[in-house]
Design a protein around this ligand. Structure first.
Ligand code: SF4
Ligand code: SF4
Length: 442
């Protein structure tokens, strides 16, 4: 089925994967204190269900899902709730968060729990179990996974695409997941395929991960129609619409979701997290994080308890070098620079990258010289130069009319801009301003 059509445009930033792509995943110990924002996913934040002074075990619920478009938050360690207040969030804002003092002498064994036997469950019960497990997209967007497992009744989903592209520079957590946990990923795929009622699945992996391609191919069970498809190495190959185009040759229309072309896309790590719900009964309380960058002393791929503060994570990697200049959550193309290292690792944290001074973007920018490079780079064929002009003068409605909604903030335009114009940042701010405008008229 897969015809490996490459998407057009895109860029080729230095990959920088060699710092961690051969490092086996290790487990990070529990820090003394963990912090759990109730807003860790797309949709409504979780609703607090503990109080200061409560003792919780590993895996216990701290916040309940607030409706279908929400997931619960669970404690990643046994400990005592010491506070519930505003706390720095990795997105740069403040968010209400539970602070947990970790019980240093606890065995950190979760309470015995029923492991749902997935074969006996209806698709609706699988959706419910995945929601209870607090599983979200682990590729960064943190979209609740159970919602993707419950597409609208009138949609005809025929293909599941698993995103193993991991095209962001530095990041290797999906790569190592596929190398070290391929059977678990395949089990998660089996659960998803049955729940969605699809017969076909394609796992797209960039060609710069030959060991992951090999490990996944070797793990495909004979009774499962799963194709492992090597993809061209190009940024942003892992963006949902780019991946669909590369795998099926079909373009998702502007403003529409993948389900309109019969496709559901899920990230490798999320599929492994689904598998864990049905293997161990444990909710999503830890994730694999790449901690990397030339500004870090000891890069690593780590299983990190959700709630671990960035400063504890960096300290575990022997700290930063004298030339370290910027800590980014996510990759350098789409990631978010961190002003406060008390912000915690949350469910959507793919990686933490420490850049040296010479790798960081110069603050100064110059006027647009109309070279057209940003138009050649934009994978969704927008006109970033013109959108940038509109953003600077706050003409958000005109931006909207020129398809700002299709911008996925991939940063390709800014990456190639010789005038160093922070185009993606301008577009992100414009999207926020538009959302606020919309909310104020409702
Ligand atoms: S950030 Fe938006 S405008 Fe710029 S290249 Fe990516 S999709 Fe295009
Ligand atoms: S790449 Fe930069 S300088 Fe060139 S047209 Fe686009 S915004 Fe202008």
């Amino acid at each position: 089925m897969a015809i490996s059509v490459e998407f057009r445009h895109g860029v080729h930033p230095p990959e920088e994967k060699e710092l961690t792509n051969q490092l086996p995943i290790r487990r990070m110990p529990f820090a003394d204190e963990l912090v759990f924002p109730l807003r860790q996913h797309a949709g409504k934040p979780a609703l607090l269900c503990v109080k200061v002074g409560d003792h919780v075990e590993r895996g216990d619920t701290l916040g309940e899902a607030d409706g279908f478009m929400s997931v619960p938050i669970h404690a990643s360690a046994a400990g005592t709730v010491v506070d519930f207040d505003w706390w720095p969030h990795p997105d740069g804002s403040m968010a209400m968060a539970v602070r947990l003092k970790v019980d240093r002498y606890a065995p950190q064994v979760a309470r015995p729990r029923l492991v749902p036997r997935w074969e006996g469950l209806t698709p609706a019960e699988v959706v419910q179990a995945v929601q209870r497990g607090g599983v979200v997209g682990l590729g960064g967007a943190a979209f609740p996974t159970h919602v993707k497992l419950a597409p609208p009744k009138d949609s005809a989903v025929h293909t599941l695409i698993i995103n193993g592209a991991e095209c962001e520079p530095y990041l290797t957590s999906d790569h190592r997941t596929m190398v070290e946990y391929a059977p678990r990923v395949l089990f998660g795929i089996r659960v998803m395929m049955r729940s969605l009622g699809v017969r076909k699945c394609v796992v797209g992996i960039e060609r710069n991960k030959p060991d992951a391609i090999e490990a996944m191919r070797a793990a495909v069970p004979a009774d499962l129609a799963v194709e492992i498809l090597p993809l061209t190495v190009k940024y942003p190959q892992g963006a949902e619409k780019m991946l669909i185009k590369a795998v099926t040759g079909v373009e998702v229309p502007s403003g529409k979701l993948p389900v309109t072309v019969g496709v559901v896309v899920q990230n490798v790590g999320s599929v492994a997290a689904i598998a864990e719900v049905f293997e161990t009964g444990l909710p999503l309380i830890e994730r694999i994080v790449t901690v990397s960058g030339h500004g870090l002393r000891r890069p690593a791929n780590l299983i990190v308890p959700v709630g671990t503060k960035l400063r504890d994570l960096l300290a575990f990697c022997d700290g930063v070098t004298a030339d370290a200049a910027e800590v980014i959550i996510g990759g350098p193309m789409m990631g978010q620079a961190q002003a406060n290292l008390d912000a915690p690792v949350i469910k959507g944290t793919t990686g933490v990258v420490v850049l040296e001074k010479n790798e960081t973007r110069e603050q100064r920018s110059w006027p647009c010289i109309h070279c057209g490079r940003c138009l050649e780079a934009c994978p969704v064929f927008l006109n970033p130069s013109m959108l940038g002009d509109l953003a600077r003068v706050g003409r958000y409605e005109e931006m909207s009319a020129n398809h700002l909604a299709d911008c996925m903030l991939c940063g390709s335009c800014a990456y190639v801009c010789p005038s160093n114009i922070p185009l993606a940042q301008l577009f992100q701010a414009s999207k926020t301003a538009l959302r606020r405008q919309l909310a104020s008229v409702q």
